[in-house]
Design a protein around this ligand. Structure first.
Ligand code: DLL
Length: 432
């Protein structure tokens, strides 16, 4: 089944026409209402009337995560605050989160793209969807929730964590769909075995997994452990949240809902647009958003696009699984973490030096983060009590900035290896 046949199977010409109309309208709105964009467009000598369609997208300025930070919290909103009905946020590169806003129409549009996504995975009103993404500022929980309600499925809004309860409800309610990060799905699968639950009592048939990179091997492992078909869903807070793209049953890339999120691939160094099939940085223009339309948002995700029609009948452009990122963002237990966030905390403390290292590993399919923090010579102490108090303080400050808990290990002055070039801030043992 296809949720929105007209859009998802439109011809290239029809799609370009929709994109052109939306882009032109959006440009007028941002020029009128967002001082940041008005200044950027003026700098390039562009007046709203100059842009007639999608061919001119390439002439427009890019938007970076830092632009959101510089306009924190609501500076890029294009509607009065009274029209905003929701805000979400994700990690910024330092202490301040990246904030996005939604009008009622934006929430409807978001529900529509998630409804299309779930339908792609064969999910219908007859399903019981256990939403185990986090609810809150993170977009995963509420994003999946509204989309699942829109198709008429029964939603179990259990949110993330609480594994025993997840398994109990999964069995008792007969959940047929689970939506969570792939690493948590694998952990749930292992827990079923560990708890001695009869796999036959699990009724899951589809999984909607995303928010972090995962491999084909992991797909096979999750499918075996949970007895379901695993689908990849992609998205990012700045563009809308989950539901920017989704895999269909043929699983040869994720279909981008390009009527709302116009994709481009660029060379991250020259900023030139690359043709279909070439690897580069993914850029989105969420042209229909009201509260926070963005011009050419650089995602930092590396991938390729393909434009051939899919065997499922959809004509939407497809993106391959993300191949990596152009920045140093890590995703730990589904949460975005920048090493610079840790640095911003340490710089505020007199006792620590700006020498630190993040060590990421995976134990029982769950990510673990250890942070080695070097203590300033002046403050190094042989007294365990003193160091323990300092460790607790650092733990508290870092956890509240990152939004996840990390093991803090204090190390002696000058014990973290110095490098002559770039400091090695991250050791990611998950990749081995
Ligand atoms: O992770 C939104 C989301 C929620 C997507 C639930 C899917 C399911 P952010 O926290 O802003 O938003 O993180 C966005 O996560 O730029 C990618 O680097 C990464 N990412 C998201 N989905 C996938 C995926 C949500 N399916 C960042 N595969 C993005 C690989 C993904 N990476």
């Amino acid at each position: 089944m296809i949720w929105n046949q007209d859009i998802e199977c439109a011809s290239r010409e029809q799609m370009r026409e929709i994109q052109s109309q939306r882009l032109v309208k959006m440009l007028g709105r941002v020029y009128e209402n967002v001082p940041f964009y008005r200044a950027k467009l003026k700098e390039k000598g562009i007046e709203p009337g100059d842009i007639k369609g999608i061919d001119q997208l390439k002439d427009l300025p890019f938007t970076l995560k830092n632009d959101l930070r510089d306009n924190y919290p609501f500076g890029l909103f294009a509607t009065p605050q009274s029209e905003v009905v929701r805000v979400h946020a994700s990690s910024g590169t330092t202490g301040k989160p990246t904030v996005v806003g939604y009008t009622r129409n934006d929430i409807d549009m978001w529900s529509e793209v998630v409804a299309r996504s779930l339908t792609m995975a064969g999910i219908t009103k007859n399903d019981i969807v256990q939403v185990a993404y986090g609810y809150g500022l993170f977009t995963g929980g509420l994003g999946l929730h509204y989309g699942a309600e829109k198709i008429g499925a029964a939603v179990v809004p259990i949110s993330g964590g609480n594994t025993q309860k997840q398994l109990q409800l999964m069995v008792d309610f007969g959940s047929t769909v689970i939506a969570c990060t792939p690493s948590y799905a694998a952990y749930l699968g292992e827990s079923i075995r560990k708890e001695g639950i009869d796999p036959k009592s699990i009724k899951l048939r589809a999984g909607v997994f995303g928010a972090e990179p995962w491999t084909e091997q992991m797909r096979i492992q999750i499918e075996e452990l949970l007895g379901l078909k695993a689908y990849d869903i992609y998205g990012l807070t700045e563009v809308i949240g989950p539901g920017v793209s989704m895999e269909c049953e043929h699983q040869n890339g994720s279909h981008i809902f390009e009527d709302h999120f116009i994709p481009e691939i660029i060379d991250p160094n020259t900023l030139e647009i690359l043709p279909y099939g070439e690897v580069g940085e993914l850029v989105f223009t969420p042209a229909s958003r009201e509260a926070m339309p963005l011009l050419r948002y650089r995602t930092r995700d590396l991938t390729r696009l393909h434009a051939e029609k899919c065997a499922c009948g959809r004509t939407l452009v497809r993106m391959e699984k993300c191949l990596g990122r152009t920045d140093d963002m890590l995703i730990i237990r589904g949460v975005n973490v920048f090493p610079s966030q840790v640095e911003s905390v340490l710089l505020k403390l007199a006792e620590t030096s700006p020498h630190y290292q993040l060590i990421v590993s995976r134990e029982n399919n769950l990510d673990a983060l250890e942070i080695k923090v070097e203590i300033d010579e002046q403050f190094w102490s042989d007294e365990v009590k003193v160091l323990e108090a300092l460790r607790n303080r650092i733990h508290h400050n870092i956890s509240s900035v990152l939004g996840i808990s990390a093991t803090i290990r204090l190390v002696e002055p000058r014990s973290i290896e110095r490098s002559e070039g770039k400091a090695k801030r991250v050791i990611d043992n998950r990749k081995k």
